[in-house]
Design a protein around this ligand. Structure first.
Ligand SMILES: [Fe+2]
Length: 213
């Protein structure tokens, strides 16, 4: 069992004995400042679905109940959410999987950071499009964003980086979070990519909170 002290070291903290949305919100407030959902709520409820009624371009809309690719949450924000807090009270066979940029940098042939600094991506969402860098620094903390769903490489460096990132993700064995009931997870969204395995024969309900960068 991990605790909050592991967040700094591992980029992920797993907290057990979390039984309610209020407890997930309290946990989030102990880590950082909540950025409310556009609907004004601090916490979002994500229910697995075939995605037909999900917002166009979202992972649910594109992948439905299939596995999601590795990504950064809110990669399309100016600065992505610093931490993502997730809670699940029921048991689920569907795991959350993650890999760290440290591990990715370790298998990428050339200098990951300098390649990222020269890369330009086009971010496209249903709200519009803009150019962005996959790497950023805020308050002395280096962060990285990657979401192949909304980010397309826009220069040669980004094309090379993109190919190497996808290859690295295929080569690294991800760590897995098993949702075995009444559990919450705090994720460093600047240091890890995460994904979700396919949902099979269950109604999965995950609660999520974004914390400011
Ligand atoms: Fe996500």
């Amino acid at each position: 069992m991990l605790g909050l002290s592991d967040l700094e070291d591992n980029g992920v903290a797993i907290i057990d004995d979390i039984h309610s949305r209020a407890e997930v919100i309290n946990l989030a407030k102990s880590v950082g400042v909540i950025r409310p959902h556009p609907n004004g709520e601090d916490i979002s409820t994500l229910k697995s679905s075939d995605g037909k009624n999900s917002l166009p371009g979202t992972l649910s809309n594109i992948y439905g109940l299939s596995a999601f690719p590795f990504h950064t949450d809110t990669a399309f924000w100016g600065v992505p959410a610093r931490y993502v807090v997730m809670g699940m009270f029921r048991k689920s066979q569907c795991t959350t999987n993650y890999i760290s940029f440290c591990d990715i940098a370790g298998v990428i042939s050339s200098d990951f950071r300098s390649m990222a600094e020269k890369s330009i991506y086009l971010v496209e969402t249903f709200e519009g499009c803009k150019y962005t860098s996959p790497i950023f620094c805020r308050n002395g903390v280096l962060g990285f964003r990657f979401d192949p769903n909304v980010m397309k490489p826009a220069n040669g460096h980004a094309k090379k980086l993109h190919g190497e990132l996808l290859a690295a993700m295929g080569a690294i064995e991800p760590k897995k979070i098993h949702w075995n009931g009444n559990k919450a997870v705090v994720f460093d969204n600047w240091k890890n990519l995460h994904s979700r395995s396919a949902v099979k024969n269950e109604r999965r309900e995950l609660f999520r909170i974004y914390l400011e960068g």
